[in-house]
Write a protein that binds this ligand. Structure first.
Ligand code: ATP
Length: 266
């Protein structure tokens, strides 16, 4: 397919997701738009949490993309975005995906990128369908720490349990990190391949691949956000719609992303 993606770069904004969401709400989106901010001052995680970025050491951008599927049929999107990010990073760093895997890169359901269990990046997906028959516009925000994990870790020191990673930790000593713009373009290139294919074929085509990168397969995790109490069980991968499969006693319970959070019990 022809991909007419508009590329925008800004020196500073509060949130690239909010910028594109405002345009979607105003009915101004026609073609995909990718918006890169050098400095994102009020980046968002899910459920109103903050995403911290530094003007020199972070990659923060959003991509507004139209889908033929309804919002309900896009349930596996954040997982496919994770796979697209892995593939884009492998291409930008000129490393095989297997090498990234061996260095400890993994995906955490539903929307995080981990390096040896420390948080390297996050994805935030917002948007929807204005009315039946319209395309579903999804605003896909990506934040990746490029270097200086220690500084970010300090800045997030109020969250003692959080471990932060950065992309430079993934590189062999002989390689230098490509610049932010190059990384961004490689990620956009990867989205260009993955998103239309996902719109066409659904998540099932990616289910097995996602499970190979799952940071928590067969481990004990707890899920919060479902009700008053968190639910503990063994993570058993994802189903064909991208729901997490949690084995609790002799039952397997599908957990849908929404606002639930997964935490390792170990
Ligand atoms: P979940 O596990 O459910 O995704 P989360 O706590 O990881 O929940 P997100 O919405 O994915 O939440 O991301 C926001 C959280 O990520 C913040 O509350 C903070 O703990 C952490 N965080 C914020 N900025 C960074 C960063 N630059 N690098 C790593 N972690 C960060």
């Amino acid at each position: 397919m022809t991909w007419n993606c508009i590329l925008e770069r800004v020196a500073e904004t509060r949130s690239t997701n909010d910028d594109l969401l405002a345009r979607w709400r105003a009915g101004e989106l026609l073609d995909p738009v990718a918006r890169l901010a050098q400095n994102q001052t009020a980046g968002k995680g899910r459920a109103g949490r903050a995403w911290l970025a530094s003007p020199t050491d972070s990659l923060c951008f959003s991509l507004a993309h139209p889908f033929k599927r309804s919002p309900a049929e896009l349930s596996g999107l954040s997982l496919v975005v994770g796979l697209a990010v892995l593939s884009g990073l492998a291409s930008a760093l000129e490393l095989k995906q297997q090498a990234l895997f061996e260095s400890g890169l993994r995906l955490k359901w539903p929307n995080d990128l981990l390096l040896n269990h420390a948080k390297l990046g996050g994805m935030l997906i917002e948007g929807g369908q204005a009315k039946p028959g319209d395309p579903t516009w999804m605003i896909i925000g990506v934040g990746i720490n490029l270097r200086n994990a220690a500084a970010l870790q300090n800045a997030l020191s109020d969250q003692a349990a959080l471990k932060v990673a950065s992309l430079d930790q993934l590189l062999p000593a002989t390689k230098v990190l490509p610049d932010r713009e190059f990384l961004w373009l490689k990620l956009i290139e990867s989205f260009e391949q993955h998103l239309p294919a996902f719109d066409q074929n659904g998540f099932k085509a990616y289910q097995e691949q996602w499970m190979r990168w799952d940071a928590f397969q067969d481990t004990e995790v707890s899920i919060s956000g479902l009700g008053k109490e968190s639910l503990t069980g063994i993570a058993q991968g994802v189903d064909s719609a991208g729901a997490l499969l949690l084995q609790v006693a002799d039952k397997t319970i599908p957990i849908h992303a929404g606002d639930v959070s997964l935490r390792s019990k170990s």
